[in-house]
Design a protein around this ligand. Sequence first.
Ligand SMILES: [Zn+2]
Length: 330
Amino acid sequence: MSLPKAELHLHIEGTLEPELAFELAARNGVSLPYADTDALREAYRFADLQSFLNLYYELMAVLRTERDFEDLANAYLARAAAQGVRHAEIFFDPQAHLARGVGMGTVVEGLWRALGNSEAAHGVSTQLIMCFLRDESAESALETLEAAKPYLDRIAGVGLDSAEVGHPPVKFREVYDSAAALGLRRVAHAGEEGPPEYITEALDVLGVERIDHGLRCMEDPALVERLVRDRVPLTLCPLSNVRLRTVDVLGDHPLPAMLEAGLMCTVNSDDPAYFGGYAGDNFDAVHQALGLGEDRLRELARNSFLASFLDHDEERRTRYLAEVEAYAFP
Ligand SMILES: [Zn+2]
């Protein structure tokens, strides 16, 4: 669906399609334990978040040079643009690369080669959000922020991702305080596999402006009331939720109930190469499986721009919002 939209929950490493993985593996002399792209796609049947993360980290071995990160980002931006994405706030996971001996500069400057030229090349404005891996230590997160300091003109904010359960937001209080002091925006994954309390903690302890996923808020009516009252955006990823078994089938997804409750929901793709679809595919899926009509789809698109970090460029946000209103559904 080419309805104009912003993508606010997208891990750039999760856009690595099997074809590009094999191309980069060949370029860098890395051998993958799969015979071909079909065999690799077979591995994309996940039991849960952890089984996905195992493959996600394994495939990252093919990303070695600035050019690799540039090619990865350009491939995503081209696909996103074709599905109506006008603005993308893109996550990256530096710790996963630093641990393999790939430096912060290689990752950020490589991504920036694509992002810095994205408006001209793809018609998509972009921002970069650096995520901390929550299953790594708080000290490692602090070291990562330190390593990013020379590149802060390229980085708009920080996030928190990877295995959620057992790694509550409070563990990262100090690094979020430091990020805030540096003027960085703050978001965090919470309430995907973890309990509703993690959402409350992310808001109260980490001071986040958006919650990534957050669908388990529906288990706590007082929390829903708060999220509605404060207009806290939730970046939902419906196809990801099905692939990672957060919901059994898309028809069971709580998105319609969440919209009905007045929550400020957005629809995003998370790790599209692994979860079966990009942003527009997610919109198509919720339209078909959940029966969301044009008004709701337009609301989701409007929310995506309202929830984006375009505060420095309200003129642009207004232009994007006008495109949403003017869009004619096929
Ligand atoms: Zn995510």
